[in-house]
Design a binder for this molecule. Structure first.
Ligand code: DOR
Ligand code: ZN
Length: 334
């Protein structure tokens, strides 16, 4: 039995850092352990112009000062001109598409997918990856499944465009990965652990509530199997999405689970209990480095066996599964 795990360059390929005080609270907590991450643009207003992007980059740089952490920036998908995309290309890693109104701060998203095609064609030519929140406006149980047809359509229509299905929640999405060369995916920590049952099956659990939620046990098993086998087109993306406690423990509970600070310890637990620790490095780093063409920050995280309890709170944010005891803790980051 191993008592030490060394992970080189862990990457979190989907994080919400927010702005202002929340950014200052949460960004260092990710920057401490991760080598880098993809930063989501769904601020209010969204990051959709160069000035806003430049300001956000310097705000993040300030918040993660002193840490060996690379923020990979994104902008919010809108119809953009070639001129704008050529200008912004060097500052971003991808563009994030939200269907209008599908989730937190997505009102300015796309109404009809066809409206996106001109911009997608330019992105394909310029080599800018597309990240997608894949939910339709259909019945809540079927939204992700219904969106798979759109993924298939986009992947066929734009064969050279890298398309990432963000935070996948269905067994069918895992299958789609093997069908289209240019489709990739991220999966969160919570989707490897819980289903709808754990959110509303008993008393309602606001801190487990995110969008979308994995619905059925067979979905969770398929996601877990894909992660545990370090499927080469799948990367870890926490979708760590902090909201202040009063926005979670309220009517109109905000969607989002806060997980990034302890994601590595938690993943070590999951991979060990399934006898797949050898695949953790690929899942949290190698796959992302290959698929997104990232360079190493030469950061190494050493985990050792030992009890670690997920804090009750970080500032005014209650994390996912607060109080849960994990079997791995961080010994050193170098
Ligand atoms: O649960 C979620 N929270 N899902 C998203 O897509 C957005 C995120 C947020 O920004 O809070
Ligand atoms: Zn997200």
């Amino acid at each position: 039995m191993t008592d030490r795990i060394i992970i080189k360059d862990p990457f979190d390929m989907h994080i919400h850092f927010r702005e202002g005080e929340m950014l200052d609270l949460v960004a260092p907590l990710s920057a401490e352990t991760f080598s880098g991450g993809i930063i989501m643009p769904n601020l209010v207003p969204p990051v959709d112009n160069i000035e806003r992007l430049d300001n956000y980059i310097s705000e993040i740089d300030n918040a993660v000062k002193g840490y060996n952490f690379t923020p990979f920036m994104t902008i919010f998908f809108k119809k953009y001109s070639r001129e704008f995309l050529e200008l912004v290309k060097g500052k971003i890693r991808a563009i994030k598409l939200y269907p209008a109104g599908a989730t937190t701060n997505s009102d300015e998203g796309i109404k009809e997918i066809e409206d996106a095609f001109d911009t997608l064609r330019i992105m394909e030519e310029l080599g800018i990856p597309l990240l997608v929140h894949g939910e339709t406006h259909g019945f809540v149980m079927d939204r992700e499944q219904e969106f798979l047809g759109i993924y298939d359509h986009l992947a066929t229509e734009f064969p050279k465009l890298m398309i990432v299905m963000e935070h996948i929640t269905t067994a069918a999405a895992v299958e789609l990965l093997d069908k289209n060369d240019n489709l990739f995916a991220t999966v969160t920590l919570q989707h490897l652990c819980i289903t709808l049952d754990d959110v509303i099956g008993g008393l309602m659990q606001p801190h487990n509530f995110c969008k979308p939620i994995a619905k059925r046990p067979e979905d969770k098993s398929a996601l877990l199997n894909a992660a545990l086998s370090a499927h080469p087109k799948l990367s870890f993306g926490s979708d760590s999405a902090p909201h202040p406690i009063d926005k979670k423990e309220s009517a109109y509970c905000s969607a989002g689970c806060f997980t990034s600070p302890f994601a590595l310890q938690y993943l070590a637990d999951i991979f060990e209990s399934n006898g797949k620790l050898d695949n953790l490095q690929r899942f949290v780093s190698d796959n992302a480095m290959i698929n997104y063409n990232l360079s190493s920050n030469n950061k190494t995280v050493t985990l050792v066996r030992g009890e670690y309890t997920i804090p009750e709170k970080y500032g005014n944010v209650v994390p996912f599964n607060s109080g849960k005891k994990l079997n791995w803790k961080i010994e050193e980051v170098s």
